[in-house]
Ligand binder design. Structure first.
Ligand SMILES: [Zn+2]
Ligand SMILES: [Zn+2]
Ligand SMILES: [Zn+2]
Ligand SMILES: [Zn+2]
Length: 702
């Protein structure tokens, strides 16, 4: 704007105000930024004022003040003209934009046309205006729509399941495209998609309305829906329907009576899956059924577990009842299965017991013990078990009693061995080594006896046969041993035959000198201090030669060496009592059979011995013996000793009754022998001198 020179100011200067920083062109009075003119002072270079405040510049003379201006008067009309043209072109543009945005001529502009209008505004540097903003907004909305449509179409092709549009969103999009003042050819695509989706929706609605539809149809609908790329509300329902159908199908299969029974875990898995399935009457029903089934199955399993574990065993009938109850549960129940197996075993066991109890003869102890062990292991209450245990117990106590009766303390023999004939009686070395092993604690019982295995021992027949065979072998063996040992030189009489084999005591040394003893059975010699001596000989000191003070009866008290003395020698009454107890046992033991054989053997021998003693010859001999005794008792002791204490004292008797001796020895050869040294009480066995060694071998006291 042009202003006349202020009063008195004559100087003027052109100034491009727009190039100055704002603070250098401010009026110091009113702070207005000056564009076209200002008053300044040469002397006061720090400030200027607008033309309204010329009096506020400074106090200097106006000749020192000067005008600063932007344009001359000539320049202004050109400027004005230019301004006019510019204003006119903006108007034209704005008009075009308005027509386009309002669709005033009824024709939607294309996207490119709208974009061209925007470019024009940019090129012509039109100031930012509300109209331009509307144009820009419209363009970005159109761009967004097109992008969405492209995404929709490509998504449909690629079947991407990434952010799907919902049906509602699709409708909104279509509406938006229709309302925008821009012609978009993509709108046709969108309309197509919408039509497809709507057709699909109608189909899905129909399928859902006519439930139950076939699972195949539902599944194909679901798949088609996924290909649409648009989320249809019915799709969710379809999905649920398909899941329900699938789950129901699985449950049905699992519970089918013909199917392989699934485990509890499978059932639990189905139930967990079922909890995630949307409810429907049939799903709810299946869930309830499954839950009930599981509860019942678990309860029975618990019961079965209790039956298997409990200390209190249950009878087979109870187990059968439990198993029957669970038969119709279509689930595999491991505990019930275990219970079934236990029951089957128990039934087999009962059958075994029946068979063994009702057999031809009593069951043998081994079998009973086996049955008891099996029965104890079974988790089933078996009434027969108690009875069997009792039988086994009785048999054991019988055997214990028999052992106490027959076995010596720390015996190296078993009861059965002692009761049976010693088949290796003739083998001195076997007996010796065994005795040594026992003394050293090395001996272990043989399992084989009389050549019989544990199995043979179950059969009473084979025990009896073996016993008879053993008797024969024993007899032969002992005769052989006696022959051999008799040939050995006596340590009492210095021998001239140095080459013949000599006796060896159990200590391993050759017995010699004072205190040696000869076994009445095997005829071998031993140190008196190395062997235990029958109690009648323990006092006075046992010696057949060095003790002249022995009583008259002492010489026929017999000594048995530890190798021959295998057992105690109980009286026949004791044994008969044992046999009576054995008969009451409903159990068979090999020891029982052996004892019976032994008893028969003893009684048979006793019979024959009595007959022999009753014969003429023996009675005569006994008479003679009685006379001798009377003479002895009448004589003083020393003499008596000198005559009768040595082993040779027997000789006259033997000679005098040769027939009888051979007769008695015949008894041995028949395989029978009874009596023992203990039994040689005074005045009782005095007539049996010659047969003593026979009876020694047998372990029954007559
Ligand atoms: Zn001012
Ligand atoms: Zn001044
Ligand atoms: Zn010795
Ligand atoms: Zn002997």
């Amino acid at each position: 704007m042009w202003v006349e020179h202020p009063q008195g100011v004559t100087e003027a200067e052109r100034e491009a105000f727009e190039l100055l920083p704002d603070d250098e062109r401010q009026c110091i009075k009113c702070k207005t930024t000056c564009f076209l003119s200002a008053l300044a002072c040469y002397d006061c270079p720090d400030g200027l004022v607008c033309l309204s405040h010329i009096n506020d510049l400074c106090k200097c003379s106006s000749s020192r003040q000067y005008l600063r201006y932007r344009y001359t008067l000539d320049e202004l009309p050109t400027m004005l003209h230019k301004l006019k043209i510019r204003a006119e072109s903006f108007d034209t543009w704005a008009n075009k934009v308005r027509v386009a945005l309002e669709v005033e001529d009824g024709r939607k502009r294309s996207f490119e046309e709208l974009r061209a209008l925007e470019s024009e505004a940019r090129e012509r540097r039109f100031p930012n205006s509300e109209l331009l903003q509307r144009l820009k907004n419209c363009l970005s909305e159109v761009e967004a729509c097109i992008a969405q449509v492209l995404g929709l179409v490509s998504g449909q092709v690629a079947r991407m399941d990434t952010p799907q549009l919902t049906l509602t969103e699709l409708r909104v999009l279509l509406e938006q495209m229709g309302s925008l003042p821009c012609a978009m050819h993509q709108i046709g695509d969108v309309k197509d998609v919408l039509e497809q989706v709507e057709a699909y929706q109608a189909e899905a609605r129909e399928a859902l309305a006519t439930l139950p539809s076939s699972p195949g149809l539902l599944r194909s609908l679901l798949e088609r829906g996924q290909q649409l790329g648009i989320e249809v509300p019915e799709a969710h329902q379809l999905q649920q329907q398909v899941e329900q159908a699938q789950w129901l199908d699985e449950v049905k299969q699992a519970l089918a009576p013909s199917a392989h029974r699934g485990s509890l875990v499978i059932m639990q898995g189905l139930l967990v899956m079922g909890a995630k399935i949307a409810s429907s009457p049939s799903v709810d029903k299946a869930r309830a059924e499954l839950q009930e089934l599981l509860t019942i199955a678990e309860r029975w399993e618990e019961k079965a577990h209790f039956c298997l574990e409990a200390r209190q065993k249950h009878p087979p009938a109870t187990l059968e009842a439990i198993i029957r109850e669970t038969e119709n549960i279509p689930v595999h129940l491991p505990n019930i299965q275990a219970l079934k197996e236990a029951l089957t075993k128990a039934q087999a066991w009962i059958a075994d017991v029946d068979e063994i109890q009702n057999g031809d003869h009593y069951p043998c102890l081994d079998d009973l013990e086996g049955l008891v062990a099996v029965g104890r292991d079974l988790p089933v209450g078996l009434e027969e078990l108690r009875q069997l245990e009792l039988q086994v117990l009785t048999a054991h106590s019988w055997r214990e009693k028999a052992s106490k009766t027959f076995l010596k303390k720390n015996s190296c023999y078993t009861l059965l061995e002692v009761l049976c004939p010693c088949a290796d009686a003739g083998s001195d070395s076997t007996k010796r080594s065994r005795w040594m092993e026992k003394a050293l604690g090395l001996y272990q019982c043989d399992t084989e006896l009389l050549g019989l295995s544990a199995q043979d021992l179950r059969d009473p027949g084979s025990v009896i046969v073996a016993f008879k065979e053993g008797e024969q072998k024993e007899k032969e063996g002992i005769l052989q041993l006696r022959r051999t040992n008799s040939a050995k030189p006596s340590p009492l009489a210095p021998s001239l035959m140095a080459s013949s084999p000599t006796s060896i005591c159990v200590c391993g040394q050759v017995p010699a000198g004072v205190g040696v003893l000869q076994c009445d059975l095997c005829q071998d010699w031993f140190h008196g201090q190395c062997v235990s001596v029958p109690h009648l000989l323990t006092s006075p000191k046992p010696s057949l030669t060095s003790s002249p003070l022995l009583a008259w009866w002492e010489w026929d008290t017999k000594f048995l060496c530890p190798l021959c003395m295998r057992s105690r020698r109980p009286r026949l009454e004791t044994i008969l009592a044992l046999l009576v107890a054995l008969q009451r046992l409903p159990v068979r033991l090999p020891e029982g059979e052996a004892l019976q054989c032994l008893t028969e053997r003893a009684i048979g021998w006793q019979d024959r011995a009595r007959k022999a003693l009753a014969s003429e010859d023996v009675t005569a001999l006994l008479r003679q013996l009685a006379e001798l005794r009377q003479q002895l008792q009448a004589k003083p002791r020393p003499e008596e000793a000198s005559v009768y204490t040595s082993a040779t004292a027997c000789d006259p008797i033997r000679e005098g009754s040769g027939n009888n001796i051979s007769k008695v020895q015949g008894l041995l050869e028949n395989g029978d022998s009874v009596t023992s040294p203990e039994n040689m009480a005074p005045g009782k066995g005095s007539g049996k001198t010659g047969v003593v060694w026979v009876g020694c071998w047998l372990n029954i006291t007559e």
